[in-house]
Design a binder for this molecule. Structure first.
Ligand code: ZN
Length: 68
């Protein structure tokens, strides 16, 4: 059975390549790393943008200091 390496697109053959459908162990491990890192990419922002709006609104005007 023939196929192409999903990583580098080199032609591979199930009977000839031990790491089929990858051309080499390097490409097989590279693919493993790909889906492992995708897990961490799929995550929503941990903060709310409105949080920053509140911070700006609560800040006192810089020229309202009437002490003295
Ligand atoms: Zn490859």
């Amino acid at each position: 059975m023939k196929a192409n390496c999903p990583i580098c697109k080199k032609p591979t053959e199930s009977e000839a390549d031990a790491e089929f459908p990858f051309c080499s162990e390097r490409c097989r491990l590279f693919d493993l790393g790909n889906w492992a890192s995708e897990k961490y990419v799929i995550s929503e922002p941990a903060f709310d943008e409105s949080m920053f709006e509140d911070l700006e609104r609560d800040a006192p005007p810089s020229d309202a200091d009437d002490q003295g």
